[in-house]
Ligand binder design. Structure first.
Ligand code: WTA
Length: 687
């Protein structure tokens, strides 16, 4: 990224990002309601949590050895539990777990259960987009799921996919998506799932980076009333890749739309229908036994600079950690029905749709549609229909549904619910209250889970345990094996209550292993600023009870409706326009999305701002990244506030984005280091 995306080194910005830290009072406490507890919970009470947690930090090797030994199938046991180095001064950053072991995550998720005779147990309950689509609504048992996975695995093998090859999945939220992920894992292929909302350009970038010869997609999907023609986008992505010298050899295409197959253009020699290929495929497929540190998947996620990076997770540590956090965070019990609303295009769908639940022999709902279709009661209809015990969603969805009023919730029976999970961004106390009181009738645990693509699984959790004191808005307490530390700007550890950079001191099993093709970048981003710790990129406050309160990103990553978007990515899209000179993007508080996208744009000499230019810029962001990157506001400005070394002073832009033209010069702090301080008055005047 060149100068336009560069900003000053990150600082703790909690004081200026007001929208992220308001309403943080810890005097507002709710004790875990006893009615919401399972009679035999995995964690008996807070003492039990404390005891397990302390052991996980004091004796991590014994702690994880016990869990791994008893809860999984290993073709070969490990020689050592772990080898972790978080200090660049000591050498290469490394994290290896269950070293020397061999296993397969697909075997642990499916075969293991089928072999113990529970093949008729339901793995997936598929809920289609259309409420009246009874034809598509169906149950998948563990036996059926395994049979389908084996066939898909054979199809992939026939396409030439081998251990270590990367397969890109660009699919809707249907059961075949986790099935394809598991099929890859079965044969040792590395999956890269790309969220169906990303554009052809974004998909092409990911196919190219992963050098993915095989793509799995779908003709299209209805999301609410809107058709999304995934195959057309995938075709375009293949074309873009081709122009850059890379040929996708095969596309496996799922048929999901009502329309006849003939309406979908298939390219001979490259495109194959999923149903036809799977029907012809052999029903037996041996498992590929994987080394503990063999790659399982890459998932692209936004960083502070440059294009999204492929976060790589490996086999054994990821398996053990996602299974364990699923069990304890949600207190998942046999025969419970779990429902995560996230798409498998994000880490939440990887860890808490595909892997965590199946590794616990869970039954879960896979929902194709959106929470507001046909109306705002849809999620509660699903809860009632399947007697859901744990629901896991995002604050942005909760806020959006809250706005429709309580009657949509109250129309359905939600008495089966015990756990209300949340993830993706800090939950504001108003949304928390509504989730707890209206959705959960004041009897369920609100389990807030702070974690990241890079952490693989839950890190800080408000466990729904007897004696737990919930503080709305606080992600609360560290999960097993997680050792959070707050550092000040100088890198000094803050003891007791305080506000600082959230760092993790010791490795946990599903730590990010590398960034695909760029280990150096991974070391720089996460381990350079403060030696010896993993840098989360979040600011955080610890209160007197040791509870953690996330205060938002400290870098240039936005969190829009719980989705990560790098300001640099949006800026790069904007400056592609021939009339644009420079662009700087910041976040601002948004009632539903959490953060909205605010773009400051300077035009080339002679170019005129207009409504049509604004539309063109929005279209560029959508085609380069996807609809989630649509700027909410664009402000035309004569210049950007830059320091003498050319770095954009983003705190000024954030203040203006937040407060508009009413910003006062004296609230902007020290602006004397700006190359041209007079820019600021012009910026305010041009709001
Ligand atoms: C934010 C999503 C506060 C945070 C699992 C983090 C949260 C980023 C929470 C990771 C939460 C996620 N409370 N903030 N419960 N969950 N975040 O990689 O800023 O898509 O760094 O992973 O989302 O986003 P990612």
């Amino acid at each position: 990224m060149v100068e336009r995306g560069a900003s000053e080194p990150f600082k703790l910005k909690s004081a200026e990002a007001d929208h992220l830290v308001e309403h943080r009072h810890d005097d507002d406490i709710v004790t875990m309601p006893l009615e919401g507890l399972h009679p035999a919970p995995h964690l008996r009470d807070m003492e039990h949590y404390q005891q397990m947690y302390k052991r996980s930090i004091a004796e991590p090797e014994q702690f994880w050895d016990d869990i791994a030994r008893t809860g999984f199938y290993w073709k070969q046991k490990w020689d050592a539990v772990r080898s972790v180095n978080f200090s660049r001064k000591q050498g290469r950053i490394e994290s290896s777990w269950f070293i020397g072991s061999k296993t397969n995550i697909c075997f642990n998720a499916l075969d293991r259960w089928v072999e113990t005779g529970i093949e008729d147990h339901v793995a997936f309950l598929f809920e289609p987009n259309d409420l009246s689509d009874d034809k598509s609504r169906r149950e998948w048992t563990y036996g059926q799921t395994l049979a389908e996975v084996k066939r898909v695995a054979n199809v992939l093998k026939a396409m030439g996919v081998k251990k270590g090859d990367c397969v890109t999945l660009y699919m809707p939220m249907v059961v075949e998506l986790p099935v394809c992920m598991l099929a890859c894992a079965r044969i040792g292929a590395v999956h890269s799932v790309v969220f169906g909302g990303f554009s052809a350009e974004a998909l092409a970038g990911r196919i190219l980076d992963a050098e993915s010869k095989v793509v799995i997609t779908c003709d299209g999907v209805m999301r609410g009333k809107k058709p999304i023609l995934l195959k057309q986008i995938a075709d375009k992505a293949c074309e873009i890749a081709q122009k850059r010298g890379f040929a996708v050899a095969s596309q496996l295409v799922l048929h999901r739309l009502e329309e006849d197959k003939s309406t979908c253009e298939m390219r001979g020699g490259r495109d194959v229908w999923y149903d036809e290929a799977v029907a012809r495929a052999d029903t037996e497929c041996e498992v590929e036994w994987m080394d503990a540190e063999d790659p399982l998947f890459i998932l692209y996620t936004s960083g502070s600079t440059g294009s999204p990076k492929g976060v790589l997770h490996t086999t054994a540590g990821y398996m053990v950690y996602t299974a364990t956090t699923f069990k304890y965070s949600f207190d998942y019990q046999p025969r419970d029905v779990f429902f995560c609303t996230a798409d498998c295009g994000w880490i939440t769908g990887h860890s808490y749709v595909t892997y965590g639940p199946l590794l616990n022999a869970a039954t879960q709902v896979v929902f194709e549609g959106v929470p507001t279709y046909p109306d705002a009661g849809r999620l509660w209809d699903i809860v009632q229909r399947y007697r859901v015990n744990q629901i896991y969603t995002a604050p942005t969805a909760i806020r959006a549904l809250k706005a429709y009023g309580d009657s949509y919730v109250q129309a359905y029976d939600r008495s089966s619910l015990r756990v209300l999970g949340t993830v993706g961004e800090p939950i504001n106390p108003e949304a928390w209250r509504w989730y707890f009181e209206v959705v959960g009738s004041s009897k369920c645990a609100v389990v807030d889970t702070w974690w990241q693509t890079e952490t693989g699984g839950h890190m800080i959790v408000s466990f729904g345990v007897k004696g737990m004191k919930f503080k709305p808005g606080s992600a609360s307490l560290p999960s097993f094996g997680v050792d959070p530390v707050l550092l000040d700007e100088q890198g000094q550890e803050i003891e007791g209550p305080g506000d600082g950079f959230l760092m993790i001191r010791q490795g946990w099993p599903s730590t990010i292993r590398t960034v695909r093709g760029d280990h150096e970048r991974m070391e720089q981003v996460y381990f350079d600023r403060f030696d010896g710790y993993y840098l989360t990129g979040d600011g955080c406050r610890r209160d007197a009870d040791g509870y953690y309160w996330l205060t938002g990103r400290i870098d240039d990553i936005l969190n829009v409706s719980g989705h990560r978007i790098g300001t640099a990515e949006v800026e790069s899209a904007l400056v592609l326009h021939e009339l644009v000179n420079e662009a700087a993007v910041v976040g601002f508080g948004h009632d539903i999305k959490g953060e909205g996208i605010y773009a400051f744009v300077t035009l080339n000499q002679g170019a005129k701002a207009s409504e049509s230019l604004q539309k063109e810029l929005i279209a560029l962001c959508r085609s380069e990244i996807g609809p989630i990157a649509t700027p909410d506001r664009i402000q035309w400005v004569p210049g950007l506030p830059k320091t003498r070394s050319g770095k954009i002073m983003r705190r000024i832009l954030r203040k203006i984005a937040e407060q508009g033209g009413s910003v006062k010069m004296e609230d902007l702090g020290d602006i004397t280091t700006l190359a041209d301080p007079s820019v600021v008055a012009q910026l305010i005047a041009s709001v």
